[in-house]
Write a protein that binds this ligand. Structure first.
Ligand code: KIV
Length: 296
């Protein structure tokens, strides 16, 4: 898919436009972004959805998993991303613990992402068992993105990051989860780490757009983590990750070149330096000469 042709105004992506794209069989694009610069670049590349994922716990903050990141830490990043996004739909991930304590707490935290962060929707992990809670958040006028399959906030329950829905019972549970979210009226459903065949069945079954990550090509859209596509994750990539660039190599080369230029006094050059005006230079020389004369 090409970028919006020059001169043609870009459309603001809304929850309604995602549904329209599903109906029109137009693939939906989504990437994570966690700061102003990456948000601007992703938005200006015409990506439909920007997700401030709680994956920032690992990619930006160096935590071992997503469980430690707080609402306040997430909000810090959502606000920065908000300042960089004009056209994409901005979804904020609700971190672990922000919707697990009670419905009131969940609605309060979700509304912080809208009010303080400028998010247009929030993402909540879990299917059937979260449907009532999600309805309450939607009732508070906050669009919700669902997320089922390999849900990283359940890492301790799953016993690791394992592909979900491989058994018949697992497939049936995933179908129930997807249908429950569809009925609850979510804006889209993220399908993570599930067999392609199951993602295809879900996508055909529900009216809600599905966005896959490690869920095969039949989903209505695809999402990847910004740092994964740019080789900024310091580890072996998951099977579904495709690297579209090597920012690690680019950054390392640039940093090493800077160091080498400083050590060899190649940086800064004269043209990279500020200068006194001729008049000030002359006045300064006169003062210095006078001082030297007085010393003699
Ligand atoms: O946190 C995240 O980045 C996500 C996506 C991978 C869907 O939840």
């Amino acid at each position: 898919m090409s970028l919006t042709p020059i001169g043609e105004p870009r459309q603001k992506i809304t929850v309604a436009s995602l549904r329209e794209k599903k109906i029109q069989h137009q693939p939906i694009t989504c990437l994570t972004a966690y700061d102003y610069a990456s948000a601007r670049l992703v938005d200006e590349a015409d990506i439909d959805i920007i997700l401030v994922g709680d994956s920032l716990a690992q990619t930006m903050l160096g935590y071992e998993n997503t469980l430690s990141v707080t609402v306040d830490e997430m909000l810090h990043h959502v606000r920065a991303v908000r300042r960089g996004v004009k056209h994409a739909l901005l979804i904020a991930d609700m971190p672990y613990g922000s919707y697990h304590v009670g419905t009131e707490d969940a609605v309060k935290n979700a509304s912080r992402f809208v009010k303080e962060g400028g998010a247009e929707a929030v993402k909540i992990e879990g299917g059937e068992k979260r449907a009532d809670l999600i309805r309450r958040v939607i009732d508070a006028e906050i669009p919700v993105a669902g997320h089922i399959g390999l849900t990283p906030q359940s890492v301790n329950v799953m016993g690791g990051y394992k592909v979900q829905g491989k058994s018949l019972a697992g497939v049936e549970q995933l179908m129930r989860d997807a249908v429950a979210l569809d009925r609850a009226g979510v804006a889209c459903i993220y399908l993570e780490g599930i067999p392609r065949e199951v993602a295809a069945m879900i996508t055909a079954e529900v009216a809600t757009p599905t966005i896959g990550i490690g869920a095969g090509p039949e989903c209505d859209g695809q999402v990847l983590v910004f740092h994964d596509i740019l080789n900024l994750t310091f580890g072996p990539p998951a099977k579904f990750v495709r690297r579209y660039g090597d920012a690690a190599a680019l950054i390392t080369d640039a940093v090493q070149a800077f160091r080498s230029d400083v050590l060899s006094r190649q940086y800064p050059s004269d043209s990279e330096s500020y200068h006194l005006s001729k008049e000030t230079q002359q006045a300064l020389e006169t003062v210095l000469e006078r001082k030297q004369g007085m010393r003699r």
